[in-house]
Design a protein around this ligand. Structure first.
Ligand code: GLY
Length: 347
């Protein structure tokens, strides 16, 4: 068992890496739910691991209602949110109950935002089952749904009561989804740790997964503890995401996974930093090498003008320009405001 605390005063919580069989007891101890438990699950993840999760809840004396949604980003919409609210209503979920988000980033964001807004907020627990959600989306309380105008435009910072991770769930992940999570793992190395980054030049074997997930959760917990609402340091976690979100949007949220889009976004951001003389020469090549060794794409298939138009809609764009995350070197990152004409020139 590995435990990591996210220190946020009254909203503090634990991230626990352990076997799923322990999760019912951990939820009972940490949350002590008195009312209905509503599990919002990714149907594919639930197909593989739902019996283990349901068994763990039963063993702890916790009964639950289940909504299993087919996998995909298309759930993370206003319509998808309506489906979750109607499930909560039918299940009789009240403020003394509990929501459990069981699946990847889509389920965590959707169920988390539904929990944040149902009856003005009910407690929830994240049980991330994908690598991306275990190292990033499941930790830190970002919840949201997409609009046709852009990703994550409607959302809230709403912290879970507990994050429970069983890294053996990664065994059943499709290789493309695993690679998607590796993009975020490589991102942590690029912005916080050269040692982690260098260790990823060869794709990590199964024996390294718990340690890697724990290390990424430690970086994330520390950053979120210092800057919950992303007014400063937390922005660094968006390395590669400004152009990554643009790539995802241009692909209709179907052609590229989030990780694939962020992967190309990180290489472009490193190239921009090098052109500006702010990033040590060679970082873009190092990123390209490590990302491609992990089966990730390094280039955008879209015209710079289309990327720019999407980037302007991004939440990180403001009056003065876009707060772009750049590397100083592998292992160190900073934010740098770029105005649109400068970005157009650089792209
Ligand atoms: N995914 C970036 C963050 O949680 O801040």
């Amino acid at each position: 068992m590995i435990a990591q605390r996210v220190n946020l005063g009254n909203d503090s919580y634990e991230i626990i890496i352990d076997a799923m069989a322990t999760f019912g007891r951990r939820i009972a101890d940490a949350c002590q739910p008195k009312g209905q438990i509503a599990v919002v699950a990714d149907a594919a993840a639930y197909g593989f691991h739902g019996e283990a999760m349901a068994g763990a809840l039963r063993a702890a004396g916790l009964s639950h209602a289940l909504l299993a949604l087919p996998p995909g980003e298309h759930n993370k919409t206003i319509d998808g949110l309506g489906t979750v609210y109607r499930f909560f209503a039918e299940a009789g979920l009240r403020r003394d109950g509990l929501v459990i988000a069981f699946g990847g980033g889509v389920i965590g964001d959707l169920a988390g935002f539904a929990a944040a807004t149902w009856m003005r907020g009910v407690p929830y627990v994240q049980v991330p089952t994908t690598l991306l959600a275990q190292v990033d989306a499941g930790v830190g309380g970002k919840t949201a749904v997409n609009l046709p105008e852009g990703k994550n435009l409607v959302g809230a910072f709403y912290q879970p009561k507990l994050v429970l991770i069983d890294t053996t769930a990664l065994d059943t992940l499709a290789p493309r989804d695993f690679r998607c999570g590796m993009a975020e793992v490589i991102k942590y190395g690029a912005i916080f740790s050269r040692k982690l980054f260098e260790s990823l030049a060869v794709p990590p074997g199964r024996d390294r997964w718990p340690g890697i997930v724990a290390e990424c959760c430690r970086y994330k917990a520390d950053v979120v503890g210092r800057d919950e609402k992303e007014s400063g340091e937390r922005k660094l976690l968006n390395f590669g995401h400004t152009l990554g979100h643009a790539i995802e949007k241009l692909g209709g949220y179907e052609r590229h996974t989030h990780g694939e889009a962020v992967s190309a976004g990180m290489v472009i951001a490193a190239q921009i930093g090098e052109k500006l003389g702010l990033t040590r020469a060679g970082c873009a090549v190092a990123l390209r090498h490590t990302l491609s060794a992990n089966g990730l794409p390094c280039d955008s298939p879209y015209k710079p003008s289309d990327l720019l138009a999407c980037a302007e809609m991004d939440k990180k764009s403001g009056v003065g320009g876009i707060a772009f995350v750049l590397l100083r070197d592998i292992g160190t990152a900073f934010t740098h405001v770029l105005d649109m004409p400068a970005l157009r020139e650089l792209l």
